[in-house]
Design a protein around this ligand. Structure first.
Ligand code: THU
Length: 139
């Protein structure tokens, strides 16, 4: 799948964001190595801490269905009223940690979407160069 299509899916996922407290809407589209996509949006809560980010919503949906092998995740986020192109939205530390659990940081592409045709591609390693993962526990 082209990253342009994945970017489009992230923008579409963003329309489902439930963000009445921050007013910041985020969508994510996760691509498996086998070519399937799973999407997620942020889902906030009046008690704040139960809120979930778009990236984790996508990951948990995919992992729940047995997926373990991921190629890329596209993220599109910005203020609800923001018009395209968005400013780039980088995943939070908690989401990066979830990505590290399931993905090789030198393999996973993290796509920061501004618009369907406008996005940056980074390896997870660039966003979290010294992350803690399973390897640390077994070394
Ligand atoms: N958020 C995400 O869903 N993903 C990100 O990459 C950054 C932040 C959400 C969390 C919260 O609902 C809102 O955006 C403002 O932080």
């Amino acid at each position: 799948m082209k990253y342009q299509e994945l970017a489009k899916e992230a923008l579409k996922a963003r329309e489902h964001a439930y963000a009445p407290y921050s007013g910041f809407a985020v969508g994510a589209a996760l691509l498996t190595r086998s070519g399937k996509t799973y999407w997620g949006c942020n889902i906030e809560n009046a008690a704040f801490t139960p809120s979930n980010c778009a990236e984790r919503t996508a990951f948990f949906e995919a992992v729940k269905l047995g997926e373990r092998d991921f190629a890329a995740i596209a993220v599109a986020g910005g203020k609800q009223e923001e018009v395209l192109p968005l400013r780039r939205c980088t995943p939070c530390g908690v989401c990066l940690q979830v990505m590290l659990e399931f993905c090789d940081p030198d393999e996973l592409d993290v796509i920061l979407v501004r618009d369907e045709m406008e996005y940056e591609v980074h390896k997870l390693r660039e966003l979290v160069p010294f992350g803690f993962g399973k390897k640390n526990l077994s070394e």
